[in-house]
Design a protein. Structure first.
Length: 316
């Protein structure tokens, strides 16, 4: 493989890997607080993309209850992205109140909460299909204004073209990851979330409103999912209601590879899987998922706690 092609693929891998990272951060935050995997995260990812598409004045297709419907507004991409992600965050809060809190109050087994989140995912996906149909939707060609379609990072003789949308995705992801890292590690709210993650009962005895911070956690987690969904959709398309299922599975691979509950691990895992997928030769592109989960399988055998995870010590 030519060095120019390798460099181009590495840049592509960093772009998609950074999206995996912010998507996996949502998984990580919920797991850190509640010790469960939210299987509805992929469905929220899909919702975020649909919300942004609608806020940009997108017209929905010929099937579904809302066939040919469109909002009477046409917002710029940046504003639509933020509002769409906020709406996704609010859906996450509603989901937590309806599907997670009742089970948590009853002290139910965490496995039941995981099953509940899977049920929420199925409901959301089927509701999208019922309302909007199963068509794919593509963001407008002028989503990013007058920016060129690609930027050359090489020379005229040896061009290394990178799509502008991928650069935007990478920059936005880098900013978001930095903000979340700062929020968790250096703010009062972030430190309270860390305390709850360490021991909910002790944190509650110390005066921390655990219920309030669980709501905040679900909002941030779902906001990140919606943001990631829009970023990916702006690069490819919204491939129907099941758009987020594959990314949900990749997100699981990312957090296990990086280490469950580790924010740096989620970022590192996302970048590693993104780069490895990008380096898979074109003729074997259909096996990218197999490569990602093959690496995950080997990691579980060699280092079950992940790259940056801590060993779990069971107290008896």
């Amino acid at each position: 493989m030519d060095f120019t092609v390798i460099l181009q693929q590495l840049l592509n891998g960093l772009s998609i890997g950074s999206v995996y990272a912010i998507f996996a951060l949502g998984y990580t935050l919920v797991y850190s607080i509640l010790g469960i995997i939210n299987l509805a995260h992929g469905a929220i990812f899909t919702l975020g993309a649909y919300f942004t598409y609608a806020l940009m004045g997108g017209n929905f297709g010929f099937s579904g209850l809302l066939a040919n419907a469109a909002l009477p507004v046409k917002l710029p991409f940046t504003i639509a992205l933020i509002l769409g992600s906020i709406l996704a965050g609010l859906i996450g809060v509603i989901m937590e109140r309806l599907a997670f809190k009742p089970l948590r109050r009853k002290g139910s087994d965490p496995l039941l909460t995981v099953v509940s989140s899977l049920g929420v995912a199925v409901v959301i996906v089927n509701l999208i299909q019922y309302l909007l149909g199963a068509e794919s939707y593509t963001f407008p060609a002028d989503t990013f204004g007058n920016l060129p379609a690609a930027i050359n990072f090489g020379s005229v003789q040896h061009p290394i073209p990178i799509r502008t949308v991928q650069l935007i995705i990478f920059v936005v992801s880098l900013i978001v990851v930095s903000m979340i890292t700062y929020f968790v590690n250096y703010t009062k709210y972030g430190k309270a979330m860390q305390a709850i993650a360490e021991d909910q009962i002790t944190a509650s005895l110390l005066g921390i409103n655990t219920d309030k911070f669980i709501i905040i956690t679900f909002f941030i987690s779902s906001f990140l999912a919606g943001l990631a969904g829009t970023l990916v959709a702006s690069s490819v398309s919204i491939a129907g209601p099941y758009f987020g299922i594959g990314f949900g599975l990749r997100g699981l691979a990312v957090i296990v590879l990086g280490g469950l509950g580790s924010i740096p691990g989620a970022v590192l895992g996302g970048l590693v899987i993104g780069i490895i997928e990008a380096l898979v030769p074109g003729e074997y592109s259909g096996y990218k998922d197999a490569v990602a989960f093959g690496i995950l399988f080997m990691m579980l055998l060699v280092r079950p706690q992940g790259l940056l995870g801590k060993k779990f010590i069971q107290k008896v």
